[in-house]
Ligand binder design. Structure first.
Ligand code: ZN
Length: 325
């Protein structure tokens, strides 16, 4: 298929009539994610479907001019890089689908604020400022589905697969006809084979490292047994039997644990309270360089990193021994 050239969009053909789209110049670091465009095909879907493609308005318009009308957009979970531009798909007439209960986060930012526990530590206006920087606007109407449900569009079935370690409603997708497995935000975030990303993300109270590890195992099994292609929210296309994405994700989690354990040992942090230790570790910028960040951006990164650190503290043998002594 001849692919269109649109400035700042990378379009890759995954299989016949299914494209992976990536925006290269996001307004803000966390404001976009890659997704699939499922083009119309006889005996399949009559109109184009956007699978979790969260990109800015001008690019949605360009794609809609070429491949539209886009009848449906399916969001994978309620994190900002998956919800902030979804209103644009609604504006061009698409029905919006999202997993319950994070579907509510697309309707109103207060739901996002409370749902992810920002309200326990940050004022609403900080989160609001951060969300607006990313381009967030609420949608008017969302069709909620349950993680794990199969969604049907004309004669086309899309299986959603629950991967709750990252966020409780987070789903991946399996397209059985084309054997494409889109793992969404499971943690394979390498833009190119030679470039590393952050890896699995668990910077919220509700996220769970042990569940992430289970999700990675479950995804690996699905990939080995059923899929030809693996795509994700922030990476290139991987073909079966290349299992490097799973190795990469496990390694990232292991290395993050080492980072926290080393910092604990090296600085012999003997304070009894977990909160004090988290504060000290946050100052070390173990995960995010925060020195140049200011205002709302600093506060949100600090909030995320505090949860990443806490999750690793709770898994740290060294921390446990320290607490007991
Ligand atoms: Zn996410």
């Amino acid at each position: 298929m001849r692919l269109p050239k649109i400035d700042n969009l990378e379009i890759t053909e995954v299989s016949e009539d299914i494209l992976l789209v990536h925006q290269t110049d996001p307004l803000f670091f966390f404001s976009c994610c890659d997704g699939l465009l499922i083009l119309p095909k006889k005996k399949r879907n009559n109109s184009t479907i956007s699978l979790d493609l969260n990109i800015e308005q001008k690019y949605v318009n360009s794609l809609n001019n070429i491949y539209g009308p886009v009848s449906d957009h399916i969001c994978s979970h309620g994190h900002l890089d998956h919800i902030c531009h979804v209103h644009v798909w609604e504006d061009i007439g698409a029905n919006i689908h999202a997993p319950h209960p994070e579907s509510n986060y697309l309707l109103n930012l207060h739901n996002f604020y409370q749902g992810f526990g920002f309200n326990e530590e940050l004022d609403f206006n900080i989160v609001e400022e951060f969300a607006i920087l990313n381009g967030y606007q609420g949608c008017n109407r969302i069709n909620a589905f349950n993680p794990g449900e199969t969604l049907k569009f004309d004669d086309y079935n899309i299986h959603t697969i629950s991967f709750p370690g990252h966020s409780k409603a987070h789903v991946g997708y399996f397209l059985p006809d084309e054997k494409i497995f889109h793992i969404s935000c499971l943690g394979f975030d390498k833009p190119k084979p030679e470039i590393k990303g952050f890896g699995p993300w668990y910077g919220f109270k509700e996220a769970s490292i042990s569940q992430c590890i289970k999700d990675i195992k479950k995804a690996e099994k699905i990939f080995i047994q059923k899929a030809k292609f693996l795509t994700s929210s922030h990476s290139y296309v991987v073909k079966n039997p290349d299992l490097s994405p799973f190795e990469y994700m496990r390694n990232k989690i292991r290395n993050n644990q080492v980072k926290v354990d080393r910092a604990l040992k090296f600085h012999s942090l003997k304070e009894s309270s977990e909160n004090k230790i988290v504060k000290k570790l946050l100052k070390m910028d173990l995960f995010f360089p925060k020195k140049k960040l200011k205002g709302a951006v600093f506060e949100v990164y600090r909030f995320w990193e505090s949860w990443i650190i806490r999750k690793h503290l709770h898994r740290s043998e060294f921390f446990r021994n320290m607490q007991e002594n």
